[in-house]
Write a protein that binds this ligand. Structure first.
Ligand code: HMG
Length: 389
């Protein structure tokens, strides 16, 4: 049975920071950020947004008749809002979905959405009439004036997994690789990640070479069997580092094509920043929109989560795939640019570890789903489309 991704939708916050403004404020050459890191813009997160609002907003754009056939929601994140209750429960409530649904949250840094897709594939194999909703939602926070600041970002990708999918079938034979390493982590008492930056980039490349190499050995496929190789993009230069570790000096037609396809994957990520677990899947959406793909093409996907886990797997693009992947370039242009002062204010306003009651001003955020504040230690969400709003 063919199983894979049937629909894809994306959301980020309504605000962004220009990386030239960040570079100027931090005393760096703008080209370090634009070329050296490969980022143009970064999503800025108002206090009224979290993984629940982002995840619900992305999922709300999926076709409603398909959402009615969802029997499991998997929310993959490393930006959890509760140590016990799954954020998928809030999303299900905001979307007014049926109560006869299984909900769960998954975590392994930026890798967990890929685990979610693989688990969803197993569930669909057992019950092919049902859909699984996999949401990858995260807010990447490193802190003001840290080396990681330029690699922040936020957003959510919502994907439906089904039998006979419209976007991409997931082929068997994925290679997973995990080792207990401290390249990036976030202790329970911290709202910003701790990271050994250079080490993390080296581990990432090592894990890519290991999983890709094992996959090739196992399947006998060659580089020219892939129409594209796409990567988890914590910042877009990272994908280039990984691809170049494979291509080396190679500059034939196959290598040139893969480099062009990588640029297509990077296009939207340059505008948003790191989505953590959603980054690879924003990359897939960007490739569909900007790259050269045809039905029947095989693509290779490298998923990486710090801590650390890597997985290389492959998918086959399905007839009419582009119609089932949201085109996001136009609305990305409609976001509001904020200056450094506004960015820093928003950064510091987030709910974080606050244990007091709080109400946020909702006027400045045009999103449908909003975090209105906290009362009696419970997050308060609103839906602008609700009559009660
Ligand atoms: P840094 O020390 O600020 O930057 O940290 P740098 O000095 O290494 O410079 C970056 C690049 O800019 C270099 O290029 C410079 O040469 C270049 P490279 O050698 O890397 O190719 N450069 C310039 N280029 C053009 N014009 C100039 C110029 N100046 C310098 N004028 C670092 C960079 C990425 C380490 C930092 O931002 C960081 O720690 N980020 C967070 C960690 C991260 O993203 N790691 C990625 C791998 S781990 C991962 O992907 C998992 C993750 O998503 C989390 C999860 O799994 O949950 C992070």
């Amino acid at each position: 049975m063919k199983i894979g991704i049937d629909e894809m939708r994306f959301v980020t916050t309504p605000f962004y920071l220009d990386m030239v403004d960040l570079a100027n404020a931090r005393g760096e050459d703008p080209n370090k950020y634009l070329i050296g890191i490969g980022q143009d813009k970064q999503a800025v997160v108002p206090p009224t947004q979290d993984i629940v609002t982002l995840g619900a907003e992305a999922a709300s754009k999926l076709p409603s008749e398909k959402l009615k056939r969802v029997r499991t929601i998997i929310l993959a994140t490393e930006s959890g809002i509760d140590n016990s209750k799954a954020s998928a429960m809030y999303v299900k409530h905001l979307l007014k979905m049926d109560d006869n649904i299984r909900v769960v949250e998954l975590k392994e840094a930026c890798y967990s959405a890929t685990a979610g897709l693989q688990f969803a594939k197993g569930l669909v194999a057992l019950e092919p009439q049902n859909y699984v909703l996999v949401i990858a939602a995260d807010i990447a926070r490193y802190g003001l004036r840290t080396p990681g600041e330029v690699t922040q970002g936020a957003g959510a990708v919502a994907m439906l997994v089904s039998a006979n999918p419209h976007v991409m079938t997931i082929e068997p034979g994925a290679v997973s690789y995990s080792r207990d390493l401290m390249d990036f982590w976030r202790p329970l008492y911290a709202t910003e990640a701790l990271v050994d930056g250079k080490y993390s980039t080296n581990v990432y490349v090592d894990f890519f070479k290991h999983t890709y190499g094992s996959y090739i050995q196992q399947t006998g496929l060659q580089l020219d069997d892939f129409s594209a190789l796409i990567f988890h993009l914590p910042f877009t230069k990272m994908g280039k580092k990984a691809l170049e570790s494979l291509l080396g000096e190679r500059d034939d037609a196959v290598a040139q094509h893969l480099r062009e396809q990588l640029k297509a994957e990077q296009a939207d990520s340059r505008m948003v920043g790191n989505l953590y677990t959603g980054s690879l899947y924003l990359g897939l959406m960007s490739l569909v929109q900007h790259g050269q793909l045809q039905s029947g093409d095989r693509i290779g996907l490298f998923s990486y989560g710090s801590g650390a886990e890597g997985e290389f797997y492959t998918g086959i693009m399905q007839p009419g795939f582009a119609k089932h992947v949201e085109k996001i370039d136009e609305w990305l242009k409609q976001r509001t640019r904020v200056d450094m002062q506004k960015y820093e204010t928003m950064f510091n306003q987030h709910l974080g570890m606050n244990d007091q009651d709080v109400s946020f001003d909702l006027q400045h955020d045009s999103s449908r789903f909003l975090l209105a504040g906290q009362r009696n230690h419970q997050r308060q969400y609103v839906d602008r489309n609700d009559d009660k709003y």
